[in-house]
Design a protein around this ligand. Structure first.
Ligand code: ZN
Length: 398
């Protein structure tokens, strides 16, 4: 009998400024180039963020970082290495127009590798914004890859190291900084050791009511398929807590036409194929009985899937407490005013809103597209600065 493919147990984000080496590090660790248009897309589980899976192993004989590898046999001594776990890397785009994609991605991460190039001043603008996004998504477990170490001398490397330390302090993060040269695969063992130490897998408690963020949705039918060959709409994303079994009936919120909608999970998939049961970690897709017209082109992105009766109804008006980022971090005046248009990102959902009232630090916002939120949930707030949207604050739902 064919063995069921194995799901990754943790999602690790790659964040940082464009060209600092996020994709090279993912490649060095997974042997794959993150690709948003691969085989996975057909199964309906890719998100707009690139991603790749890897399996970590540890040699039972070798000591120190040398023992960590992504190979089944130890590269140092040739012995059979012991399997640690399967991880999923989520590669967040560094380009600023894609901040909303980055924020949706952060909702799916359990920890992250912040990639900083040693040959440039730290922090670069996107490095700051990405760390802000992590902070407000509540991601505590990060490590830093000080990449492109081959391009600088020792003095420059130390200067850059100190800049990174000070920058992390500004955001109340303390963690390890690992020097790497991803193009040459240098220090990937040290990086794996640090990931194992600092980014644990989320605990799977089957008593938790299931919750999943929908990051993509698809119609996987080929054009011209006969009606009886048609399969239902596909929802892709990551389970945050609990588990989903094939055949489960669940609910979707906001749902179809912003009405909570019951869905039946007729099939579960990961990149490597069908699974019977899905848990947190990695990206999964759920085949449903929904009309595929309703799920094509990511129309259901931003929805939440949960156990029946556990999800809130969608709302078109929210009240939140606003916490501005410091001006030194945002580089612009972060404050917003009455009637201003802002972009809100919560979980994998993004919506535009109009500020209808401001009382001290409490904002009331009318939303263009309703979203599903929970009390005390964090919301990323961006405002327009010229032609760009800039992340300036986070709100806490009241
Ligand atoms: Zn060994």
């Amino acid at each position: 009998m064919k063995k069921e493919p194995e799901q990754a147990e943790v999602n690790i984000g790659l964040i940082g400024h464009v060209d600092h080496g996020k994709t090279s590090i993912t490649h060095a660790l997974s042997g794959k180039w993150t690709d948003t248009h691969s085989e996975e897309l057909k199964r309906g589980i890719s998100i707009r963020l690139g991603y790749a899976d890897a399996v970590f192993y540890k040699c039972p004989t070798c000591k120190g970082a040398e023992a960590y590898t992504t190979k089944e046999t130890c590269p140092s001594c040739g012995k059979k290495a012991k399997k640690l776990r399967k991880v999923s890397f989520v590669d967040a785009p560094g380009h600023e127009t894609l901040m909303t994609t980055m924020l949706s991605g952060a909702a799916l991460m359990h920890g992250a590798i912040l990639v900083i190039a040693a040959n440039e001043f730290c922090p670069q603008p996107r490095t700051k914004e990405h760390l802000m996004a992590l902070k407000l998504s509540g991601i505590k477990n990060i490590i830093v890859a000080q990449n492109k170490i081959d391009l600088v001398d020792k003095k420059k490397a130390m200067e850059n190291y100190n800049q990174i330390e000070n920058f992390l302090k500004e955001f109340d993060y303390t963690t390890e900084i690992i020097p790497t040269a991803a193009h040459f695969g240098t220090n990937m063992d040290l990086l794996i050791e640090a990931i194992e130490k600092h980014i644990p897998s989320p605990k799977v408690d089957s008593k938790d009511a299931v919750k999943m963020y929908v990051a993509r949705s698809f119609d996987i039918n080929k054009p011209g398929s006969k009606p009886k060959e048609l399969v239902g709409g596909v929802l892709g994303g990551t389970i945050i807590q609990g588990k989903i079994k094939e055949g489960d009936t669940l609910e979707l919120s906001p749902g179809i036409n912003n009405q909570k909608t019951k869905i039946k999970a007729t099939e579960l998939n990961i990149a490597e194929g069908k699974i019977k049961e899905a848990t947190p970690g990695g990206l999964i897709s759920i085949r449903t009985l929904l009309d595929p017209n309703l799920t094509k082109n990511d129309q259901m992105k931003g929805n939440i899937i949960g156990k029946i009766g556990t999800l809130a109804e969608a709302t078109a008006e929210i009240k939140m407490k606003i916490n501005y980022f410091k001006r030194e971090i945002t580089d612009i005046n972060p404050e917003v005013r009455q009637d201003e248009t802002i972009v809100l990102s919560v979980g994998t959902a993004t919506t535009i809103g109009n500020i209808i009232s401001i009382k001290k630090d409490e904002l009331e916002v009318a939303l263009k597209v309703p979203i599903t939120v929970e009390k005390n949930q964090n919301v990323a707030v961006s405002k327009k600065d010229g032609t760009r949207w800039r992340l300036i604050a986070y709100g806490t739902i009241q």
